[in-house]
Design a protein around this ligand. Structure first.
Ligand code: CA
Length: 532
């Protein structure tokens, strides 16, 4: 009897929620991989124009201080799905497997009648079925820039099929997203679509339309391209992510990508061979060689972004033309930032600004004021709760962020966070050194940043107002003694509040593997497959 009543009640609740759901707003989350905000013109990029991405900021809000909790691909995705830090969702580093049994925002949206989909890069363990989605079609692992194979689960029930496509992956992911919006979903239900590009991730392979873009221009160099790391500690000096030394022939397109078909290879070689021939003949050395590598790298990176921008334009146009734009919140973000030659680097991982900051722009007609800008400290740990709030749902008690909707609507809560906690774990996990970036954690306020490289026993402190490029740590400087003490207290407070376990015993101080012979230049890096 009791069971019968419970079933009846459940049915009534589901029916009521499904009815309510019909008028709820749609959510379109457009997400890229490694897109630094300083390569978006809405953020004042000095090196490229992104007119379609700028539309989202111009017609909505640009968040200038959005920071990830752990600057690496898989972990950022896990944080976004769960609204929990890495130590709570269990996905600390690439190579972990995402525990799909835990609560996520797509699952919660699905229970109230949302059609939920993830299309594109998943990267939370390639054979882990995405859970909580009515529809999923994802790349396998990193996925190639051309001719991807996807795993498609059209009914969200775990029966997946492999599909091989021909073409440029950024275009294909967009096509798949548009097809799902137009024909794939149940039109009577609101939708939440995570449209997730692989671009502009390493190794930055441009699409066929952009292989010669920027050929006739020189992209401005960052002022610290030749950083000597003298103002910082061991971690900055011993990383393995410089444009000068770490980049491979494949990164630099001195060899073509292996996954092109005959026709694509012909187009590719026609674009790159003349440039490569000129490079080989020039026989560059020293700084000239680094400058050439920077130009090659940054142009390819920006070419990938040009395709992302075009494709974002296609999606925005579709929303306009279909009449969906009015009741759809569009969010653009990337899993973390990236070094665009800043400090002489590519890649991410460090808590320094360029890779710690994420782009975040949100448009919602009638709800978010066009052209608005927020300087509040926000984070990818807030995304899940924001999406739930948009749909009218409360977060779970386990979630550790806060909804950004009040900020987006111009009503920042008085008790909004004034410090943000960061933690990177990948160094020497599974013996991988992952660009030799040491484990660290830290705290950032509006003006200061304290970083603890705990396996090295080293601290760094930055005054971001006086030293926005973080060229000289002022840790231990008597002038900052109070700031330093306050930030240490803040770090302790956040450690307790977020229930962060102690990771300081994770790596021996002088791990033997660091004494192994260094990788030879241009030898394919071992972490190629798992790198994020
Ligand atoms: Ca990434």
């Amino acid at each position: 009897m009791r069971v019968k009543f419970a079933l009846c009640a459940l049915f009534v609740i589901i029916a009521a929620q499904t009815t309510v759901a019909a008028d709820r707003p749609n959510i379109l989350f457009i997400f890229t991989d490694d897109h630094a905000s300083h390569a978006i013109s809405a953020y004042g990029s000095k090196i490229n124009q992104t007119p379609n991405l700028d539309r989202i900021a111009n017609e909505g809000m640009r968040f200038d201080n959005c920071f990830c909790t752990n600057s690496i691909c898989g972990p950022s995705r896990a944080v976004i799905l769960t609204g929990k830090y890495s130590h709570k969702n269990g996905f600390y580093r690439n190579g972990n497997k995402f525990d799909g049994t835990q609560q996520t925002f797509p699952k919660m949206l699905k229970t109230i009648g949302y059609e939920t989909a993830v299309i594109g890069k998943w990267h939370l363990g390639e054979h882990m079925e995405p859970t909580g989605f009515s529809y999923s079609e994802v790349l396998i692992g990193q996925g190639p820039y051309y001719n991807p194979t996807t795993l498609r689960d059209p009914n969200g029930n775990g029966n997946r099929e492999r599909i091989k496509y021909t073409g440029y992956t950024t275009d294909i992911i967009t096509d798949l997203g548009l097809t799902w919006l137009k024909e794939g979903r149940n039109q009577d239900q609101p939708f939440m679509l995570m449209l997730q590009h692989k671009a502009p991730h390493r190794e930055w392979c441009p699409g066929p339309d952009y292989l010669t873009m920027y050929d006739d221009v020189e992209i401005p160099e960052p002022d610290n391209l030749f950083d000597d790391y003298s103002g910082r500690g061991t971690a900055a000096r011993t990383q393995d992510m410089t444009i000068a030394k770490t980049m491979t022939e494949r990164d630099l397109k001195l060899v073509p990508p292996p996954y092109l078909n005959e026709e694509q290879l012909k187009v590719w070689n026609a674009a790159y061979e003349p440039k490569n021939k000129a490079f080989r003949e020039a026989n560059l050395k020293g700084k000239d060689l680094v400058r050439w590598k920077y130009q090659r790298y940054i142009k390819d990176y920006l070419r990938c972004i040009a395709s992302v921008d075009d494709n974002v334009g296609r999606v925005l146009d579709y929303l306009d033309d279909s009449g969906l734009a009015e009741n759809t919140i569009v969010i653009y973000s990337s899993d973390q930032g990236f070094y665009l030659g800043d400090h002489g680097w590519f890649d991410k991982r460090f808590m320094y600004e360029e890779s710690y900051r994420q782009p975040l722009m949100a448009r919602w007609p009638g709800k978010i004021k066009p052209g608005s800008v927020s300087k509040e400290l926000v984070s990818n740990v807030d995304f899940a709760e924001t999406f739930l709030d948009v749909a009218g749902l409360d977060p779970t008690n386990e979630m550790q962020g806060a909804s950004l909707l009040p900020i987006a609507k111009g009503n920042t809560p008085e008790d909004w966070r004034d410090a943000h906690y960061y933690h990177y774990y990948e160094f020497l996990a599974d013996r991988r050194t992952a660009h030799m970036v040491r484990r660290h954690r830290g705290v950032r306020t509006d003006r200061y940043k304290l970083i603890h490289f705990y396996n090295l026993g080293e601290w760094e402190l930055y005054d971001l107002e006086k030293d926005p490029r973080e060229m000289k740590s002022v840790y231990g400087d008597p002038e900052y003694v109070d700031v330093q003490q306050d930030l240490k207290q803040e770090l302790a407070r956040l450690t307790e509040e977020l229930e962060v376990p102690d990771d300081s015993g994770s790596v021996p101080k002088n791990p033997p593997s660091l004494n192994a012979a260094p990788r030879k230049r241009n030898q394919k890096p071992k972490q190629d497959k798992a790198k994020s």
